[in-house]
Write a protein that binds this ligand. Structure first.
Ligand code: PAF
Length: 286
């Protein structure tokens, strides 16, 4: 696996692979890779001949007071994992390479609708930062397909909308969330948790399961379910940011007649903000 830091090298390596008739698969990441990321790279390797990953902690998607400075940077370990997973090329640019004119005057991509509410409400500007960097990365790599995790459910919806609305010729795949044995969704931010917080963290998923079980059993009083789940989080020492039931395809607030649902939540443990979601197909559970 080759690691390149410049756009020039990236374009040259991808052009070579394309000249050999290879299909290009792409997995953008911010590094500190865990089994969830590796599953994405393995999927890309199953679907494409040449797999490109990127590691770039994108300042444009962090708000003031968020963890941009402390976000874990673990390049050597990440390179080993990527190699084992079947990655051919790693793009690991510096901030200046991606934003040579600085961030202030940077052209931004703003996806309407699905980026509003949920994490979009708690983290103003976050999805503009994501949509902008993903647009840049897609323009640089020009992949045939790209693979993202469903753990970032709203992000995946933003990226699908971006690709559709801007007619980008890239196929988007969403892969299921990988969880620890106790149900906690794998996340680079789990590393911030102390032992007590780590013990409490699986409640995030349990609160989603509690809502899903009630919905599967026919309960349609969404406000009651949401309140019970918030209480469950509070009792375990989590500070809920949001917990919402949405229609899974459009991300609009769910109605009692919707059959494809997603329950999404974000909560704080100390200063660490974790997110999770659970999709529910009521036609499949009926
Ligand atoms: O999910 C992430 O790691 C990031 O938001 C992404 C998609 C790599 C953009 O910086």
């Amino acid at each position: 696996m080759n690691t390149v830091k410049t756009i020039r090298e990236l374009r040259a390596a991808v052009a070579l692979a394309r000249a050999e008739g290879k299909q290009i698969g792409f997995v953008p990441t911010m590094g500190n890779l865990h089994a969830g990321h590796i599953a994405l790279v393995e999927k890309a390797a199953q679907r494409a001949d040449f797999v490109v990953a990127s590691i770039f902690v994108n300042p444009l998607q962090f708000g003031p007071g968020e963890d941009l400075g402390s976000y874990p940077r673990t390049l050597a370990a990440d390179q080993e994992k990527l190699l084992d997973a079947g990655c051919h090329l790693l793009f690991h640019p510096e901030v200046d390479e991606m934003y040579p004119g600085g961030m202030a005057g940077q052209t931004r991509v703003s996806v309407q609708g699905v980026s509003e509410g949920l994490c979009g409400a708690s983290r103003p500007g976050h999805f503009d930062g994501v949509a902008t960097v993903v647009t840049k990365l897609f323009n640089l790599v020009q992949p045939d397909l790209a693979v993202f995790g469903q753990k970032d459910f709203q992000q995946l919806a933003v990226i699908r909308t971006l690709v559709h609305d801007l007619n980008m010729p890239v196929q988007i795949f969403g892969e299921p969330t990988i969880r620890a044995d106790d149900g906690l969704a794998l996340s680079s931010r789990n590393g911030y948790l102390n032992a007590e917080q780590r013990a409490a963290a699986p409640t995030l998923y349990r609160s989603l399961q509690q809502v899903a079980t009630a919905l599967g059993g026919g309960e349609r009083d969404f406000a009651k379910l949401v309140e019970a789940a918030r209480q469950q989080q509070l009792t375990a020492g989590l500070r809920p940011d949001y917990l919402e039931i949405r229609e899974a395809n459009s991300l609009r607030p769910a109605t009692a007649s919707d059959r494809q649902l997603v329950i999404l939540t974000a909560a704080f443990l100390g200063s660490t903000r974790l997110i999770d979601n659970l999709t529910l197909d009521l036609d499949a559970t009926a």
